[in-house]
Design a protein around this ligand. Sequence first.
Ligand code: ZN
Length: 490
Amino acid sequence: MKTTLAIRPEFPDFDIYRALSWIKNEADWVSLRFVQKHTHQRTVRNQRPEINSVTFDRGVMVEAMVDGQLAYAGTSDLSEQGLRMAARRATYLARVSAPFKTVHFSEKLRPKARGCFISQRHEGLDTQSLGEFTDQLVAASRHLKVSDKIVNTSAEATLMETWLHYVSTNGADIDERFLLVSNNFAVTAQDGNESQRRSMNGPVARCRQAGLEFFDFEVLLVDCERVGRQALELLAADNCPDETLDLVLAPDQMLLQIHESIGHPLELDRILGDERNYAGWSFVKPEDFGRLQYGSNLMNATFDPTVVGEFASYAFDDCGHPATREYLIKDGVLLRGLGSLESQSRLGLPGVANFRSAGWNRAPIDRIANINLEPGTSSLANMLASVERGVYMESNISWSIDDYRNKFQFGCEYARLIENGKFTKVLKNPNYRGVTVPFWNSLTGVGHRETFEVLGSRYCGKGEPNQMIHVGHASPPCLFTKVEVFGGGK
Ligand SMILES: [Zn+2]
């Protein structure tokens, strides 16, 4: 019998209803959120397997409500004694903080939701052995090395199985199971003092809810050779010019643009100031919703947990709020923020089902999930044809944005000059800068449905203590006019 990638420890059964019966009378209202994760990390560097690890993580978050105040306590001790201790700790914290509460919460913020969600996968982790899978990563590493000037190659895969089961004393029962997969193929090329990095879609963007079919190595190996060749092109390329001109961003850079300048500024807890101490504030004010012309009328941004296979699709958030597709920005006008039922009740503004936690030992907060820029009507060729002089950029490599999510400066791995409607030479070290609202108002071209790419990231950080969570972003390529671009590392 071969050992497959589906290796996992034999956990003792956990009866969540029995656990709820032990603690249900501790507070006015109680919930249990059980989270179990298996994370596989497989890395091949320079054709040699470097990391072959699996981590297992399992525990429960107890939430208790006393006198309209909520509090949490997590535990990995799933015995009756462990659960009772966690419930008492949560209840104690809720009770002692209740006299100082700023908002009186009720069970309405914890809907009686029932349902299940299983993320799409066609080939499970039990369809390949570790040896077979690693051999393919070694082959990818070999295909990346197209020249002796490629001094480093890396082929990485992460496979994460997550099971989440949430029940509450007011009747919620949500069972969600995810298989989250991501890969990264990258090279460093060097010639004398010049060194350039190139990867497939940037270091973190290739993320999906899928099975092993996501690793289609016939296609990936061809793409690995392209990545290697483009790194060599960059070694010989001119610097991106310092100039104000038209800018076309590929979907794998739109991901970062959407994340930083739509996602984070629209988080309602950030607008409330909760995150000011650590992650920052937002230039968006409560009165901007329904009024602010955030972008041009081609700009349509959605919170969309319903896209099959996108990295942060789900049926319910972590307080049981059913997740639905909503426009955040429609025809350029800001309509809705990224706020959970709690933030919505505090601000009196519409939000979405985005109350998410990074694991059993973290309380949910307002998070980015799937935030997408909806397709428009242009082909890439149409967009290029309208550009007399411009730059096309692919794959994020660096980012910087201020505390208010207003002024930003982003760098990409790879660029092409656009002259008289056509790609001409390759450019290295491309960067651009802008200010969020004027930048989005300069949007003059949005790619159509066939140019729409579904990507994501495992690395959105927020909260104290920190919570690293996965997000999805899908976008077509987009054209922005009169943008300040520059070369090098300024
Ligand atoms: Zn983030």
